[in-house]
Design a protein around this ligand. Structure first.
Ligand SMILES: [Zn+2]
Length: 190
């Protein structure tokens, strides 16, 4: 992605009107560009986890990273096949590991980066764990296209949890997140 080095004056002028999903490059701020770089970095890590999980036979192509105070706290992938556990989604594994590491049941100082839009179970867990922010890459449709259950799309876009949560949700437009599914297709069982 490109980073515009706009002046601080311009930054102040447009603050408050910065779009939450895709930056308009004409109005991109220094802060916004930096935040977007940061989001891309952590989301790329989540996508790498998705590949690792498939390569080592642990699970399906989904990865999740939890960031705490600007540092990666845990980096996990889907473990459904290894654990023989249909609930061992990357986000669930990451939330459990993060809670253990912090010795907390609330992750209110943490952000979760998911390679794909979280399913309803994971979105519920994200809500219950009080994560402050969710950034995801691929839309559910990219997973559904290779055979995953279309219920995935009901997580973030389902109405109940979404409206009850104070979570900031951001969809990053990164093609690498969508490509995971086509690139790993046939290398795991659904
Ligand atoms: Zn899930």
């Amino acid at each position: 992605m490109s980073c515009e080095n706009n002046s601080i004056t311009e930054t102040q002028k447009v603050s408050g009107s910065v779009p939450s999903v895709v930056p308009d490059q004409d109005h991109a701020t220094v802060e916004f560009a930096a935040a977007n770089d940061r989001d891309h970095k952590y989301l790329t890590q989540a996508v790498e986890e998705a590949y690792i999980g498939v390569e080592c036979g642990d699970g399906r192509p989904f990865g999740a990273v939890i960031v705490h105070k600007n540092e990666i706290l845990v980096s996990c992938h889907n473990m459904v096949l290894k654990y023989k556990d249909p609930t061992a989604h990357a986000e669930i594994i990451a939330i459990r590991e993060a809670c253990k590491k912090l010795n907390e049941i609330k992750l209110s100082e943490c952000e979760l980066y998911a390679s794909c839009e979280p399913c309803p179970m994971c979105f519920g867990a994200i809500h219950l764990s009080r994560l402050k922010r969710l950034v995801y890459g691929a839309k559910a449709e990219a997973a559904v296209a290779i055979g995953f259950n279309s219920i995935i799309a009901d997580g973030v876009r389902g109405i109940g949890c979404y409206h009850k949560s104070n979570l900031e949700i951001k969809k990053l437009d990164v093609s690498i997140a969508e490509q995971v599914f086509q690139n790993t297709k046939g290398k795991f069982s659904i």
